[in-house]
Design a protein around this ligand. Structure first.
Ligand SMILES: O=C(O)CCC(=O)C(=O)O
Ligand SMILES: [Fe+2]
Length: 353
């Protein structure tokens, strides 16, 4: 298995052809550091969650309105004052950085085996379409919540704090997910607990951590760290090491996200888009790479159980005027459907994963 980290360290001046993206994908591929500094143009909305704790119902309501608007217009936002201790977030980042700082041979001890369906562990993308396209990244992937479903034996032993801080972060994120799902439910005129229940509740909603490691790339204008896709999750929470790279496809253009200290990025995924009958958006996004700095991001996908729940627009949101925009599918069927569309259509025609 080729590790992108090894490729990057080999001193090559041009990247292997599998990593060169087709021409039609190479739009707005300028220098990501320059793009991040740009002052003009649309910007990912920021939602301050401090006001959710207010005694004043009116203050809480206006906070919910902002979250609702961001979910409707963008489907992605920067959460600030989210209540997760900054020291914990820093510890999570330091642990992930320490794991990826290990030599590749050490990380290989945690390698996954995608061919036998073992997706948890250290990995790199396998080509999933005829053109054999690859992404400029290696990753570490494993379940982090609920605790009783986690296989701690495959979590990194180095650094020694990895398990403790990652578990603690998972518990905090799970609570935050409930809060957000509650606010989004109210925003649809539903009971507060509705979306939470629809995606599996405390027992069944799975939090999957993917640490994306993007090595320095000699030809960043030709490669992508993550190809354009929408997340299949209900919600995705994302941290990064303050190196820019995330782009959102908004209003027909690729918008480079600004790095906001101590914030958490949050995506509304396909699952919530479907349940809300398209009221909340799952936005197309991709990850850029660069020549100067290693980029790392920590994505936590909050996923409904694979086959237990049939995802479809909630009946209260469907009417003659607003018919269901999505057919009923389980999470597995939804993923299959996306993969199938991708192999059927020419590369670049459909850029969702
Ligand atoms: O690295 C990023 O900023 C984006 C990663 C991403 O979109 C994903 O892992 O689904
Ligand atoms: Fe994503």
């Amino acid at each position: 298995m080729v590790r992108v980290e090894n490729l990057a360290k080999s001193g090559i001046k041009s990247i292997p052809k599998e990593y060169v993206r087709p021409e039609e994908e190479l739009i707005n591929m300028g220098d990501v550091f320059e793009q991040e500094k740009k002052k003009e143009g649309p910007e990912v909305p920021t939602v301050d969650l401090k006001e959710m704790e207010s005694e004043d119902e009116e203050v809480r309501r206006s906070c919910r309105e902002r979250l609702k608007k961001a979910a409707e217009e963008w489907g992605v936002m920067q959460l600030v004052n989210h209540g997760i201790p900054i020291e914990l977030i820093n510890a999570v980042k330091e642990s992930g950085e320490a794991f990826f700082a290990l030599p590749v041979e050490e990380k290989e001890k945690y390698a996954n085996e995608q061919s036998s369906g073992n997706v948890q562990g250290y990995g790199s993308k396998l080509a999933n379409n005829a053109s054999g396209q690859l992404e400029w990244q290696d990753y570490l992937f494993h379940l982090i919540f609920p605790e009783d479903k986690c296989d701690l034996s495959i979590w990194p032993k180095t650094p020694s704090r990895y398990t403790e801080v990652t578990s603690e972060y998972a518990r905090h994120l799970r609570k935050l997910a409930s809060k957000i799902l509650g606010m989004l439910s109210l925003g649809l005129g539903l009971e507060e607990g509705r979306l939470e229940e629809e995606v599996g509740g405390m027992e069944e909603l799975l939090l999957q951590l993917k640490i994306n490691y993007y090595p320095i790339c000699p030809q960043p204008e030709k490669a992508l760290g993550v190809e354009a896709h929408t997340d299949v999750s209900s919600l995705t929470f994302l941290l990064h090491n303050m190196v820019p790279g995330l782009q959102l496809f908004y209003d027909g253009n690729w918008v480079t996200a600004k790095c906001v200290p101590d914030s958490i990025f949050m995506h509304v995924g396909d699952t919530i888009e479907i349940l809300s009958n398209g009221k909340y958006k799952s936005i197309l996004h991709r990850g850029m790479v660069n020549k100067e700095k290693i980029r790392i991001s920590w994505a936590v996908f909050c996923e409904p159980p694979k086959d237990k729940i049939v995802l479809k627009p909630l009946p209260e949101l469907v009417s003659d005027a607003e018919p269901a925009r999505f057919p009923p599918r389980t999470f597995t069927q939804h993923i299959q459907h996306k993969l199938f569309r991708k192999t059927e259509e020419p590369v670049g025609a459909d850029q969702t994963k």
